[in-house]
Design a protein around this ligand. Structure first.
Ligand code: ADP
Ligand code: ZN
Length: 624
C-alpha cells in the first residue's frame, strides 16, 4: 500500500528534483522519516544521502534543520536548493548580523523548508532557544562520523548534539555518513542517542567507478598520460602525500596545458578557499591536493580521482576515490604505486608519533592497502569485503579487464632472502633495495666494490632479472611481509613470512607487472586541453554537449553558483541523448524539475534545435 506521505514524497521527487525514482534505500528512509521516525543512514559517497533529509524537510510541516561541519560549502548547498525552488537558508559566521536576523525571522514565520547550520552554532543556548520557538520538521546530522573520537574527522562540537534528543523529543533525527566501519557506526549511534532509530545500511559499491592501480614508472608522466588520453578537459582530483609534492605536480600539470590548482594546509587560508571555490565553479579543473581537501565536496562531475602516493588505509582510499562520479557517469579511480611507497610509508609509521598500539594499527592499515594493490583478484571484491560486503568479480576494474599473469617467484624470493641473510651475517651489513639489487645482479657500484661483495656467494645470482624486475619482486615481497624494511634508509631484512619460503615449504606466486600501456588508449578522443563528454558520443552529439556546457557555464557565472547547480552532467547527457523538441519532453529528463523547466526550458530547447539544424546542413556530414 502506498501511504499518503510516500505519495507526496514521490511527487516532490519528480516535480522538485526532476527524478523519476528513488535510488536504493532512499525510499525506505524517506518514508520512515516523513512518518516521524529516527534514522541512521550509511550510504557511500554519491549514494544520494541529501534527498533522504531534503524531501522529508519539504514534505513535513516546519523547517528541516541540517547540521553540517562544512561552513564553506553551505552557500552552494543553499544555492542548489534555491535553484530547485526549495526555500533554503543557512546560519553561520560568514553572515552579517542583519542577515542573521532576517533568516531567524524567516524560520520563525515558517518560510523555510531547509536551514543549514554548523554544530557549534546549533548548541548555543541562543540557537536552541530560537529553535524552541519555531516549528521543526526534523534534524539531519550530516557527516555524522565526525562525532567519533577515534575517527579521522573528529569534531568536538558534534559531541554536544546529543542534547537534541532531550530538548526536542518529538522531532525526528536522521544521522548520515559515508564512513562504513562497524566501530564508527556503533559509536555514532550511541553518542547521538540514536539507539532506538532504524538503521539503513546501503551497499557501498560504486559500480560506475573503474578502479585501476598501476606500477609506478615515472608517476608524473604516467599521470599526464592518463589525464590527456582518458580525461582531457575533465574535472578531477589528484592526491599527493606532501605539500611540496602538491605544489610541484600542480605546476607540472599546468606546464602541460592541464589546468590545475594546488590545495594543502600550508597555503594561506584565502588561497585555499579561492582554489576550492574555483574548483567547484569552473568546469574541467584538476585539484592537486593533500588529504586536507575533499570532505563534503559534493561536486557531482568529478571524473577521476588519482593517487600518486599510496594512501595510508583502505578507508581513506575509498573515501577519496568515492569523490569521483557522484552523478553516476563513468569515472576512474587511478593510482600509481611502487616500491618507494612501501618503504617510505613504513618509515613514516616507525618514526611517527603515537604509542606501539597505534603504530601496529597503522601498519595493519598499510598492509590492507598493500594487499589491495597486489591482489590478482577483482579489486572491487577486495574493497567491498573490507567493508564486510560479499560480491562477485565486477568487470569494471583493471584486474577484471586484464587479469594479471602470475609467475612462480619462489626461487627469486629465496635468492633475495639469502642475500639479505648473508650480507647481514658475513658483512654485518644491511642495505636498502638499490644496493641489494646491485648485489643480486652482480653490479659493482663504488660502495659495493669497497666492501668486496664480489666475494659473497650470492653475488650475481640474480643477473637473469633486470633491475626493474627485481624492484617489482621486492615491492611484492614487502607487501606480503616476506621481507620488511626498517629505518631512515629503508634497510631490508627477512620478514615473518619469509621462513617457510626459504626452507622450500611454500611457493610464492607474484603478479607480473603489465608493461605500461602507453599507446592505443585514446578511447574518448578529443584534442588535448579540450573538454570531452564523459561518455563516448558521436561527433555531432559531442558538439551539442559542448554547447550546452558553455551555456551552463554562462548561467552559473551570472548567478555566481557552481555549474552543476544549473544542471549536472548527467542531465546534460540526458538532453543530448533525448534531443527534446518540447517543454514536455524536456521535463521528462532526469534532473529537470518544474522550477528549472520554467527557468531554463526555452534556452535549452533553443540550443538543441539550433544544433539540430546546423547539424543537418553541415557539409562534413555528407559521406565521402
Ligand atoms: P551523497 O550526499 O550521498 O554523497 P548526494 O546526495 O550528493 O550524495 O547525491 C549524489 C548525486 O546523485 C547528486 O548529483 C544527486 O542529485 C543524484 N541523485 C540522488 N538521488 C537521485 C535519484 N533518486 N535519481 C537520480 N539522481 C539522484
Ligand atoms: Zn573487478
Amino acid at each position: 500500500m502506498i501511504t499518503a506521505s510516500l505519495e507526496s514524497a514521490r511527487t516532490v521527487l519528480s516535480e522538485v528534483f526532476g527524478y523519476d525514482s528513488f535510488r536504493g534505500e532512499q525510499e525506505a528512509v524517506v518514508e520512515h522519516v516523513v512518518a516521524g521516525g529516527d534514522a541512521v543512514v550509511l550510504m557511500p559517497t554519491g549514494g544520494g544521502k541529501s534527498l533522504c533529509y531534503q524531501i522529508p524537510s519539504i514534505v513535513r510541516p516546519g523547517t528541516g534543520v541540517v547540521v553540517s561541519p562544512l561552513i564553506a560549502l553551505m552557500a552552494d548547498q543553499v544555492a542548489a536548493l534555491e535553484n530547485l525552488g526549495v526555500r533554503a537558508a543557512y546560519l553561520n559566521s560568514t553572515l552579517t548580523l542583519d542577515r542573521v536576523h532576517e533568516v531567524e525571522r524567516q524560520f520563525l514565520d515558517g518560510e523555510l523548508d531547509v536551514l543549514y547550520m554548523a554544530p557549534e552554532r546549533l548548541v548555543l543556548p541562543r540557537t536552541l532557544d530560537l529553535l524552541g520557538r519555531g516549528s521543526i520538521a526534523l534534524f539531519a546530522i550530516d557527516e555524522a562520523h565526525c562525532v567519533s573520537q577515534w575517527g579521522h574527522d573528529f569534531r568536538s562540537d558534534y559531541l554536544g548534539l546529543h542534547v537534541l534528543a532531550d530538548r526536542f523529543p518529538g522531532v525526528p533525527r536522521i544521522a548520515l555518513t559515508a564512513t562504513a566501519t562497524r566501530a564508527t557506526h556503533a559509536e555514532l549511534t550511541e553518542r547521538l542517542s540514536l539507539q532506538d532509530a532504524r538503521h539503513f545500511v546501503a551497499s557501498f559499491d560504486r559500480p560506475n567507478i573503474e578502479y585501476r592501480i598501476v606500477p609506478k614508472d615515472g608517476p608524473r608522466a604516467q599521470l599526464i598520460d592518463f589525464i590527456t588520453t582518458e580525461h582531457p578537459g575533465h574535472c578531477g582530483i589528484v592526491y599527493c602525500l606532501s605539500r611540496r609534492g602538491v605544489d610541484q605536480l600542480a605546476e607540472a600539470l599546468n606546464a602541460r596545458g592541464i589546468a590545475a590548482l594546488p590545495y594543502h594546509a600550508g597555503l594561506p587560508q584565502e588561497v585555499r578557499a579561492g582554489n576550492q571555490a574555483r574548483f567547484l565553479r569552473e568546469d574541467g579543473l584538476v585539484m592537486v591536493a593533500t588529504i586536507a581537501f575533499g570532505m563534503g565536496i559534493d561536486k557531482p562531475d568529478v571524473r577521476f580521482v588519482a593517487h600518486v602516493d599510496l594512501p595510508r588505509s583502505v578507508e581513506g582510499y575509498y573515501q577519496e576515490t568515492g569523490r569521483a562520479g557522484r552523478d553516476g557517469l563513468p569515472s576512474t579511480a587511478w593510482m600509481a604505486y611502487g616500491l618507494g611507497d612501501v618503504v617510505s610509508q613504513r618509515r613514516l609509521i616507525e618514526s611517527g608519533e603515537g604509542d606501539e598500539a597505534f603504530k601496529r594499527r597503522s601498519m595493519s592499515h598499510l598492509d590492507a592497502m598493500l594487499a589491495l594493490c597486489e591482489t590478482v583478484d577483482c579489486r572491487r571484491v577486495q574493497l567491498l569485503s573490507y567493508f564486510g560486503e560479499d560480491s562477485g568479480p565486477c568487470g569494471n576494474c583493471d584486474t577484471c579487464k586484464n587479469p594479471p599473469a602470475t609467475w612462480d617467484a619462489t626461487v627469486e624470493v629465496q635468492k633475495l632472502l639469502s642475500a639479505l641473510i648473508r650480507l647481514d651475517r658475513e658483512r654485518d651489513q644491511r642495505f636498502g633495495s638499490g644496493q641489494v639489487i646491485d648485489v643480486l645482479r652482480g653490479k659493482a657500484g663504488d660502495r659495493s666494490r669497497a666492501s668486496r661483495h664480489e666475494e659473497l656467494s650470492v653475488w650475481g645470482v640474480g643477473a637473469d632479472l633486470s633491475e626493474a624486475q627485481w624492484r617489482t619482486v621486492i615491492r611484492q615481497a614487502l607487501a606480503r611481509s616476506l621481507v620488511v624494511s626498517h629505518g631512515d634508509y629503508g634497510v631490508l631484512v627477512p620478514g615473518p613470512a619469509g621462513g617457510p619460503v626459504l626452507r622450500g615449504e611454500e611457493r610464492v606466486f607474484l603478479r607480473e607487472d603489465p608493461a605500461a600501456k602507453k599507446a592505443g588508449r585514446s578511447r574518448r578522443g578529443g584534442p588535448q586541453g579540450r573538454a570531452a563528454a564523459p561518455i563516448e558520443l558521436e561527433p555531432a552529439d559531442a558538439a551539442l554537449f559542448e554547447q550546452l556546457r558553455s551555456w551552463r557555464a554562462e548561467q552559473a557565472k551570472e548567478q555566481g553558483v557552481p555549474a552543476y547547480v544549473v544542471f549536472n552532467d548527467a542531465t546534460l547527457y540526458g538532453v543530448v541523448e533525448a534531443k527534446p523538441a518540447s517543454i514536455g519532453e524536456l521535463g521528462g529528463i532526469s534532473g529537470v524539475g518544474q522550477k528549472k523547466l520554467d527557468r531554463y526550458g526555452e534556452a535549452v530547447l533553443g540550443i538543441v534545435s539550433g544544433a539540430g539544424t546546423s547539424d543537418a546542413e553541415a557539409p562534413d556530414r555528407e559521406p565521402g
